[in-house]
Design a protein around this ligand. Structure first.
Ligand code: NAG
Ligand code: NAG
Ligand code: NAG
Length: 292
């Protein structure tokens, strides 16, 4: 009887205790807890990995604030807030796997580079824009929010006020004026080591066990979609693109990605769909293994 009880207890501990938690970060125009988007993903994860602790990042006190902040809360402040949230959660103390959707992908990378405690094991970037965007073809928000975004973008993406307040401007890369981008971008130019080469960023990113990047082959939202694999427009025009492997960031290895690539830690996946429109099979077979 005592033995049976102990065996049962041990099984429970094995099933529930060893599972690495997963933390999700939603995309622009979405929120932590929408039952049709992140709520659905959370359910798929819990169904397939019983007992897993899943946390969904929320910036602000409710869904409205969280959605609003996805547009108008400085990305650097968001990274600090999330770092504090991760540290404050005892269930994450031993580490976690991160999954980010769209801009959540590059935000998680910033967390990996700036906030090494608690440790992030795997980073799954689903349509993240690691070299930023040049264009804003569709806005997945309310008419009022989207009008504010358009006005600010038109006012000037690299104006100080816009950089400090519009998230999408903070990862805007203008290939027609890379000098201006490097000088004024408060977020992307920093995490991509365009100016200062911060050795800590490289050291921290290289702690990842796996860095998974999903590119959407029919993406109509991200310009250019190559950014989802760290590619971007070649300077001076907006047609031809370069790949991660062709970039100075990789060749001179500012972030350790070349070394991680050689070690088999980078995973380049594709979904032959529009932005974030992956199917369940893709999610279960290609992404879920990185949350186990
Ligand atoms: C490098 O990054 C670390 C972690 O975010 C930060 O504490 C440090 O101030 C940065 N150093 C420079 C020179 O930017
Ligand atoms: C790039 O932007 C700067 C202002 O930040 C401007 O002085 C310069 O002329 C621009 N260069 C080009 C090629 O447009
Ligand atoms: C699911 O998506 C993958 C990746 O795009 C694709 O290869 C596969 O055919 C899709 N499956 C179904 C049932 O649509």
């Amino acid at each position: 009887m005592a033995y049976a009880f102990f065996a049962f207890f041990a099984c429970v501990v094995l099933a529930y205790g060893d599972q690495i938690p997963a933390v999700l970060w939603h995309g622009m125009g979405d929120s932590c807890c929408n039952p049709l988007s992140l709520g659905r993903i959370e359910k798929m994860i819990v169904d397939k990995i019983p007992g897993i602790y899943v946390k969904s990042i929320s910036i602000g006190d409710n869904i409205i604030e969280d959605t609003f902040n996805g547009f108008f809360k400085n990305a650097n402040e968001q990274i600090d807030i999330v770092c504090a949230q991760l540290k404050a959660d005892p269930k994450l103390a031993n580490g976690y796997n991160a999954m980010g959707f769209s801009q959540g992908g590059q935000f998680w990378r910033a967390v990996a580079q700036r906030c090494p405690t608690p440790p992030m094991f795997n980073l799954v970037s689903v349509g993240g824009q690691h070299q930023g965007v040049f264009g804003f073809p569709r806005c997945p928000g309310s008419e009022a929010l989207c009008e504010m975004v358009r006005k600010l973008l038109n006012y000037g993406v690299y104006e100080r006020y816009v950089q400090d307040n519009l998230v999408q401007a903070e990862y805007w890369q203008d290939p027609l004026n890379e000098t201006e981008y490097r000088k004024y971008s408060v977020f992307l130019a920093d995490i991509n080591q365009e100016n200062v080469k911060n050795a800590t960023y490289k050291e921290n990113l290289m702690k990842l066990k796996n860095f998974v990047m999903v590119k959407f082959l029919q993406d109509t939202m991200v310009q250019p979609k190559e950014s989802e694999w760290f590619g971007f427009y070649k300077p001076g025009q907006d047609k031809e693109t370069f790949t991660l492997q062709e970039s100075p960031l990789y060749m001179e290895d500012w972030l350790g990605l070349k070394e991680m690539d050689a070690a088999g830690k980078l995973h380049f996946l594709t979904s032959d769909t529009d932005h974030l429109q992956f199917n369940d099979t893709f999610f279960n077979n290609e992404l879920l293994p990185f949350l186990k």
